[in-house]
Design a protein around this ligand. Structure first.
Ligand code: C2O
Ligand code: CU
Ligand code: CU
Length: 503
């Protein structure tokens, strides 16, 4: 070995040592940050359980088909004795659950008491554009907006929330959201749990940031505007770390992901099997046995769980990262409890799980050749102006950022429509107003026959998804329908388009 070679060897070793130290340091810093931020299980930071808040049920028939919802300022205590400024419908946070019936017409009076314009959209309601509550249907402060909603769709779980151009994310974040439960002859004749708040539970899942027990107001940073705002603490119906007492037997959970941007994977402790019975637009034909279910913003699923053995179970949520490829390989995602179902052995739910729930007429058995085809791409891979991407320049659909003066698509009422939808960069929950659609292919893959329920929101990736639908209601130039990404930050930044439906 020459002197030179030895020196070279030493230099190499030094290099390796420096790199190893650097790597160790990085790992240590990551673990430290991770533990400090307590990302693993934030519920541990809030050991105190709270009784699940169940929004009041307003039954449209008992209310003589006249319901008033006051959009108002509130103060909600997410933690005992600590109030946060919030907004709600009639309430401090969120709004009552409204039960509607197929073939009824219900009048709803929206009173705007928040001192700024907003709108109230019925997400999942199949009504004309004029009644849809889109960005055109502004309710000015101090005024009342009255809609008479003719319900013609089948039983299902829909919801209401503001849809003002550029303000949707903020208004929903403050607390403006609530549920519509639609019942029809089929749902009323099935032996399903239907005792609201007892064995039929609404679960509105959101994520928020708390500092000293106070909910932090909506202030997204530039990163949040790109990825969508994802926060640290799960709330369900405005409750942190909830429990709810339920009877033994079957319990039905109506899950709504009303988060601004967060996707969750839901599962029960002990990996307990549960049954999915309904998607956004109605019941599946038969229940599907599952151990987990992933839900994006805007999506609803009804699930049933059998608690006959009397043991408590917790519904858990894994917080999924904005881009699944972003997951830190050396850590698992944070997991928090949604609700602990505490079984009361004395009370029994005598409801059951029927094996036939619905009959769904398949649109794909019709002549696809005559379907009107459209392709939609949710754009965010580059800035329109060539500069670095930001919320101001990166979001559009088919190259066109949402512009209230532009009608992007024109649909003829009654036509069979086949839309092929793709999206850039990350998964986007794509939502269409005024319709329930059927999935032909999802992210490039054929959808299992039994899993083809009626939907209005679907997670889109770079691989194409094909949805089939028929619009049966009208939406004029003045009150068009929207299609958009249901990550509210993306929607507000322009990942939205408008279409009319005319004869
Ligand atoms: Cu839930 Cu157009 O929205
Ligand atoms: Cu909607
Ligand atoms: Cu998006």
């Amino acid at each position: 070995m020459t002197k030179g070679m030895r020196r070279k060897g030493l230099v190499e070793m030094k290099k390796i040592a420096i790199w190893a130290t650097l790597l160790l340091f990085l790992v240590a810093v990551s673990i430290g940050t991770y533990l400090l931020l307590g990302l693993r299980d934030v519920t541990k930071a809030y050991p105190q359980e709270a009784a699940l808040f169940v929004p009041e049920l307003i039954d449209s028939r008992e209310a003589d088909q006249k319901i008033e919802l006051v959009i108002r300022e509130g103060r909600h205590a997410f933690f005992e004795g600590i109030e946060s400024p919030t907004r709600g419908f009639n309430y401090d946070f969120l709004g009552p659950t409204i039960r509607l019936y197929t073939d009824d017409t219900t009048q709803i009076r929206f009173v705007n008491d928040i001192g700024e314009p907003t709108t109230v959209h019925g997400h999942g309601l199949l009504v004309d554009g004029e009644l849809d509550g889109g960005p055109q249907s502004e309710i000015l402060p101090g005024t009342t907006h009255v809609v008479s909603l003719p319900i013609v769709q089948e039983a299902g779980t829909s919801w209401y929330h503001p849809h003002l151009m550029g303000k949707t994310a903020d208004h929903v974040h403050e607390g403006l959201a609530g549920l519509y439960l639609i019942e029809d002859q089929n749902s009323l004749s099935l032996p399903l749990p239907r005792d609201y708040g007892v064995n039929d539970l609404p679960l509105i899942v959101q994520d928020r940031t708390f500092v000293d027990g106070k909910m932090q107001p909506y202030k997204p940073g530039s990163e949040d505007l790109l990825d969508g705002l994802r926060e640290e603490t799960l709330i369900v119906n405005g409750t942190v770390n909830a429990y709810h007492e339920v009877p033994t037997g079957w319990v039905r959970l109506r899950l709504l992901n009303a988060s601004n941007a967060r996707f969750y994977r839901f599962f029960f402790t002990e990996e307990e099997t549960f049954y999915k019975i309904a998607t956004e637009g109605g019941f599946l034909e038969r229940p599907i046995a599952l151990n987990e279910i992933t839900m994006a913003p805007g999506e609803r699923n009804e699930i049933m769980i059998d608690l006959s053995d009397g043991d408590d179970l917790s519904l858990m949520a894994e917080f999924l990262p904005a881009d699944p490829d972003d997951a830190l390989w050396f850590f698992s995602n944070p997991v928090q409890s949604v609700v602990r179902l505490q079984v009361d052995p004395v009370r029994r739910s005598d409801a059951g799980l029927p094996d036939k729930l619905n009959t769904i007429v398949r649109l794909d058995e019709e002549d696809l050749k005559t379907a009107v085809r459209r392709t939609i791409n949710l754009d965010m891979d580059e800035a329109d102006d060539g500069g670095p991407i930001s919320a101001d320049n990166a979001f559009s659909i088919n190259g066109e950022a949402m512009d209230m003066a532009i009608i992007n698509e024109r649909v003829k009422r009654g036509d069979l429509e086949l839309w092929t939808v793709t999206g850039d960069m990350m998964p986007h929950p794509f939502h269409v107003h005024g319709v329930s659609f059927q999935i032909l292919t999802h992210n490039g893959e054929e959808t299992a026959m039994e899993d083809r329920g009626w939907k209005d929101t679907l997670v889109i990736s770079e691989e194409p998804s094909q949805i089939l639908m028929r619009f049966n209601h009208v939406a004029s130039q003045d009150f068009p329908y929207m299609y958009h990404c249901h990550i509210f930050e993306h929607e507000d930044a322009g990942m939205m388009g408008q279409f009319t439906v005319t004869d």
